[in-house]
Design a binder for this molecule. Structure first.
Ligand SMILES: [Zn+2]
Length: 302
């Protein structure tokens, strides 16, 4: 069997089909990539990805955003399925740093909100963040989408941007990484739609729907089982009552109708009352009445 492609790579491939149109958005997306990639220092940029569509998009993106190409481009996939891109050329680095208003000695990055004023740019920024530092679990298993950065301030300063997009992720520190994550299916779906992956978003909601239906069916059959158990227990009680009557002297004094009903019950212990009544050619309330009468009589022979 061919293993199913991971949900992360499916979502990323969908995001990469989005056209890179406006320069403002290209810069915002590249900004997200840089702040959530492996290394973003004044002396070196290093981006590692396992996704082929991401590898292709990165080159177009950096050309569009900064008119530069990577110093090191992967000619082919490295072992372990990784593509490694890097920039060490000082001129290229300063072009990039200037774009975001960063100085050459700046080591700790803050989010430059001026680059992310328009909502188109904010969505592009988070698309870049997810492409470079994000992952999502298969919704069949669990609802979880996250992206990680090594920059402390960045993890905090993206919160107001998220709020502007009406999203409220949580954060956690994992080793040297600051992880922003969503655990609710609706939030994950909203986020994916916002950053340009509506198909992946729909798959999340469809999975949720399927799970709901499955749970409902399960609950219903549990409920049916409980009812069945109750009916069986009631029948058993009626049968043991009838046995007691049979062993007593009262049995021979019973009218035929009651005796027939008793035999009917004992011979068909598995039938619910409605079917038992049908079998005996009487109404359910009549059957009920007779069974109650039998119980009463059995009580009197104690
Ligand atoms: Zn824009």
């Amino acid at each position: 069997m061919v293993p199913r492609e991971s949900f992360s790579s499916v979502a990323k491939a969908e995001l990469c089909r989005d056209k890179i149109s406006r320069t403002c958005c290209a810069r915002a997306e590249a900004y997200g990539v840089l702040l959530f990639c492996n290394t973003f220092l004044p002396s070196e940029i290093r981006i590692v990805t396992t996704s082929e569509p991401v590898a292709k998009r990165l080159q177009r993106l950096f050309r569009r955003a900064f008119q530069i190409s990577f110093d090191q481009r992967p000619k082919e996939m490295l072992q372990g399925g990784k593509y490694v891109f890097s920039i060490i050329d000082p001129d290229k680095l300063s072009t990039i740093l200037d774009t975001y208003g960063y100085g050459k000695d700046q080591l700790s990055h803050h989010v430059n909100y001026a680059v992310l004023e328009d909502s188109c740019c904010q969505a592009a920024f988070f698309r870049g963040a997810f492409l470079a530092g994000g992952s999502i679990l298969d919704p069949q298993k669990r609802y979880h989408l996250e992206f990680a950065t090594s920059h402390y301030h960045v993890a905090r300063e993206i919160q107001p941007l998220m709020a502007e997009l009406e999203l409220a992720p949580k954060t956690v520190v994992r080793g040297a990484s600051y992880v922003t994550y969503f655990k609710q299916s609706e939030a994950i779906s909203d986020f994916l739609t916002t950053i340009g992956a509506p198909l992946a978003a729909m798959e999340i909601m469809n999975t949720k729907l399927e799970k709901n239906i499955y749970n409902k069916v399960n609950r219903r059959s549990n409920c049916d089982m409980a009812n069945l158990d109750k009916a069986v227990a009631a029948a058993q009680k009626q049968i043991s009552t009838i046995q007691r009557l049979r062993q007593s002297s009262l049995w021979d004094t019973l009218p035929d109708t009651l005796r027939l009903t008793a035999v009917l019950r004992v011979e068909n212990p598995e039938l619910p009352l409605s079917q038992l009544a049908e079998l005996g050619g009487i109404s359910k309330s009549c059957l009920n009445h007779r069974l109650r009468k039998l119980t009463e009589l059995a009580g009197s022979c104690d």
